[in-house]
Design a protein. Structure first.
Length: 190
């Protein structure tokens, strides 16, 4: 039996918790994927503000759920083999902390481990407008191999609902992870 792909999901306090929920829902449907989820305190607050989902319901979508203060968690060590990490949504504080190597919470530490082990790190930055500091931090991370996948909607697929827009974003994140997914929103040419 092949081992499951281990994906770490960091959820920060930026607006856009719906993107994390959708990714978790889709990954929970894939038997060959195991999810390791950590949320910041503000992400938990945004879950309340932006959705009707409870923290208990969100935790049920994860195979493993960690406290952001648990620096002894498995995902804080490079010896724990993972297949990548997605930070969705990513606040600019998170982007800055990762860019300068601050590892004082589990999201930052897991991202640092992902970088040092040269594993796939995908960041879904949520801020607008962006200032020069934000752009420099994202550029620095991009130069280190981090893939930036901002939630910018596509309209060639004629989205009808907010969920259509979210589905397209999740498709991009799954593609970045190298996880096959059936999406109706792919460009088919003209």
């Amino acid at each position: 039996m092949a081992r499951k792909r281990k994906i770490v999901i960091g959820i920060t306090g930026a607006s856009g918790t719906i993107y994390a929920i959708d990714l978790m829902k889709k990954l929970s449907q894939i038997y060959s994927v195991e999810t390791h989820v950590v949320m910041s305190a503000w992400a938990k607050k945004n879950l309340q503000l932006e959705t009707d989902m409870s923290l208990t319901d969100l935790k049920q979508l994860a195979d493993y759920f960690y406290s952001d203060s648990d620096l002894g968690a498995t995902i804080a060590s490079g010896s724990f083999l993972t297949d990548g990490m997605v930070i969705v949504p990513a606040s600019m504080k998170t982007v800055a902390s990762i860019a300068v190597g601050i590892g004082d919470n589990l999201i930052f530490r897991a991202a640092d481990v992902t970088l040092k082990e040269q594993r796939k790190l995908i960041i879904v930055p949520r801020e607008t407008p962006l200032n020069t500091i934000h752009l420099e931090n994202m550029t620095k991370l991009s130069k280190m191999g981090v893939q930036m996948v901002p939630p910018i909607p596509a309209f060639y697929n004629h989205p009808q609902t907010i969920q259509d827009l979210v589905d397209h974003q999740t498709m991009k994140e799954l593609d970045a992870l190298g996880i096959e997914n059936d999406s109706d929103g792919r460009w088919e040419g003209i």
